[in-house]
Design a protein. Structure first.
Length: 431
């Protein structure tokens, strides 16, 4: 059986939730392998909208095992809140259909305090535009070997010693940020109080996935954010705090990289970004406003309006090379309906020199001038199309040209937020 990883190849918000949900019909296990509850995945089923941040998109499918892997930073309070919210929508979550890695690192209240205080005190130009949910500081503790992990919730004495160490480490920094000392007694008692709501779900995920593989089950690995927000390969320093590339699917879940056969990259038919950082094709005119309104471009997690631009083939092609993408799912094609002339960025000009890659240096990033190719648009609506023959010829030509420019086949198309409005040209699970 073929396992697949699904990742974003732009700057996040590409519509991964819907695609993962659609593909999970043919999966047995869905694994979130990085990020935290800074992700925002929207799924629409029979006009019911599910908004997920921490939970894998597979939870809305009955009979599927959903897994939160070790590469995720896990906020236990956010988990309890999101679980309650989705159960109110009729989804039942039990240890039989949802499991959490025992070695995932926790997000603590102090991480949120630090995240928000640092962003607030940062000088203009140094603000990242984080969600303020503590993701970055939690990853810092993980790599600094200070993290409290999910499995530690079963050991109160371990919690006490680890919290005491965090207080020793963080209090001087909290003073610098004009924040109160870490209340160790309260944090320990809060963790002990919430532990019974988490512990039934913890598991040795590496064993679960190994057993699933031996049984011939299909595993779908779900990423958050996008390749160009990867902490190594993205628009640094305006990136997320984890590796968002497909290689992280193995590391972040406890499975060998050879177990992942295909990598499906999700890309919008245009480009969006939340927060600070470069967006070479950004539109600030009436077309940008129209597309933003039509595409309902605001962040699921923060509610902030997304910045919007034309499709950037340079950025996507680079992400494909870095991510080992084997095919592309192109989403929100319908948002482009009725635009007479569409533009696609095919290169960058910096100080008169033409390049076809996204530069690593921040100073050069700020000087990018996009080079555009103009493609004829279409007047017939593509919204709700479920087969290629329902698409106008000009839309097919746009898709084919994007394929050529990014050097990857487009095998899935999304023509609305609804689960059913998806065109599967080739099943990504196919060997």
């Amino acid at each position: 059986m073929s396992n697949i990883a699904v990742i974003g190849v732009q700057l996040g918000d590409e519509g991964k939730g819907k695609i993962v949900d659609r593909l999970s019909e043919n999966a047995d296990v869905v694994v979130r392998f990085q990020g935290g509850h800074n992700a925002g995945h929207t799924i629409v089923i029979n006009n019911q909208v599910f908004k997920l941040s921490l939970l894998p998109s597979g939870v809305v499918r009955k009979g599927k095992l959903s897994v939160i892997g070790n590469g995720v930073v896990f906020d236990p309070w956010a988990f309890v809140y999101e679980k309650k919210k989705i159960e109110q929508q009729g989804i039942t979550l039990t240890p039989e259909n949802l499991q959490i890695s025992e070695v995932a690192s926790l997000i603590l209240p102090v991480h949120r305090i630090l995240d928000q205080a640092r962003e607030k005190s940062a000088h203009e130009g140094n603000k990242i535009g984080t969600t303020g949910r503590g993701i970055g500081p939690a990853y810092e503790d993980k790599v600094g070997r200070r993290a409290i992990r999910v499995g530690d919730l079963a050991e109160p004495e371990t919690l006490k010693s680890k919290v005491a160490y965090l207080a020793e480490y963080y209090n001087p920094y909290l003073h610098y940020l004009n924040q109160p000392d870490l209340d160790t007694n309260k944090l320990v008692s809060d963790l002990i109080a919430i532990a019974p709501k988490i512990l039934p779900y913890i598991c040795r995920i590496f064993e679960q996935l190994a057993n699933a593989q031996r049984a011939g089950k299909r595993i779908l690995f779900e990423g958050a954010q996008g390749v160009m927000l990867d902490v190594d390969h993205g628009t640094y320093p305006f990136v997320t705090s984890s590796n968002t590339v497909a290689g992280q699917a193995a590391t972040g879940s406890g499975i060998g990289p050879t177990s992942i056969k295909n990598v499906l990259g999700i890309a919008k038919a245009y480009t969006t970004r939340v927060g600070e950082g470069p967006l070479p094709t950004e539109l600030t005119d009436e077309i940008g406003k129209l597309l933003s309104e039509r595409g309902q471009e605001f962040g699921v997690v923060t509610g902030r309006s997304r910045r919007l631009g034309w499709f950037d083939a340079v950025m996507v092609r680079q992400a494909i090379l870095i991510g080992g993408i084997t095919s592309i799912a192109l989403t929100k094609l319908d948002v482009l309906d009725g635009i007479a002339h569409l533009k696609v960025c095919v290169g960058y000009r910096i100080n008169g020199n033409v390049i076809k890659y996204f530069p690593a240096e921040t100073a050069r990033q700020s000087k990018i001038e996009p080079i555009y190719e103009t493609i004829n648009g279409w007047t017939k609506s593509t919204k709700g199309a479920r087969s290629l023959n329902q698409l106008p010829t000009a839309a097919i030509k746009y898709i084919k040209r994007v394929e050529e420019l990014v050097d990857s086949p487009i095998t899935v198309l999304s023509t609305s937020p609804a689960r059913e409005d998806t065109i599967i040209i080739k099943d990504p699970f196919a060997e």
